[in-house]
Design a protein around this ligand. Sequence first.
Ligand code: GLN
Length: 275
Amino acid sequence: MPKVSEVLAGSLLDRLDAELFLGEVLNFTPTELFAQPDFAIPETALARFHAFEKSRLTGKSVAAILGRKEFFGLDFFVNENVLIPRPETELLVEEILKIAPRSLLDVGTGSGAIAISVKKNLPHCHIVANDVSPAALAVAQKNSQNLGVEIEFIESDLLEKISGEFDLVAANLPYVPDDSHELQKSVADFEPRLALFGGADGMDLLRCLLRQISKLAQKPKFVLLEFGGGVQTEILEKFARELFPDSEITILLDLAGIARVLKITCSMEHEAHNT
Ligand code: GLN
């Protein structure tokens, strides 16, 4: 039976990926793996490792292969029906937590990463999360059960079937332009198109959601939308200003300095009229 050190040295994968997979098949923590280079790998574990290795060499991400991804310190189950949570989306969660709304609507929840991370940190917040994809909702539901939080899930295309009032509406909708060639292979080949692409400039769904929000009888106090930065920034900001002329509109940067979140602090129209 080959040893840990031999298999790591002989793998075609990046060292880190090989260590992750080996830790997974042996049920070892990174420290345990590091401490036992001479551990003999049983045959079934080795076969699983080679299957992971083969899959990784096709370009599939480690998260997609293992079926889980860490987000906001929580372990999320993922499959081919959802976007794999991205670290930059943690900015959106942090902003929601700063506002600490009493109610939240997470539009296009996917794996449920945003809604569930918020609920874990704001247990008294009433959270509704929707998605157009029943398969994605099944993943979100599973995650909410695994992580022990209660969220109301609704199958709905944007706000079509949503009623009620929310302090905050947040969304990480698809925003990649249809003809984008910038996506990594691990994304373009293995993540759902429905969760990625948003029309010619990527912003069809963002615009549609903003229009729907602007028409609500009871507007939320805050809107937080993730988008792609770059050329989208000015277009989205202008669009939001036209729809919400009396509201405060800000753009938040992610840790890489990329414009990432559009924040609308809605003016309370009835209050404005009274003054
Ligand atoms: N940031 C993601 C990517 O570029 C896209 C996520 C999204 O469309 N919401 O892979």
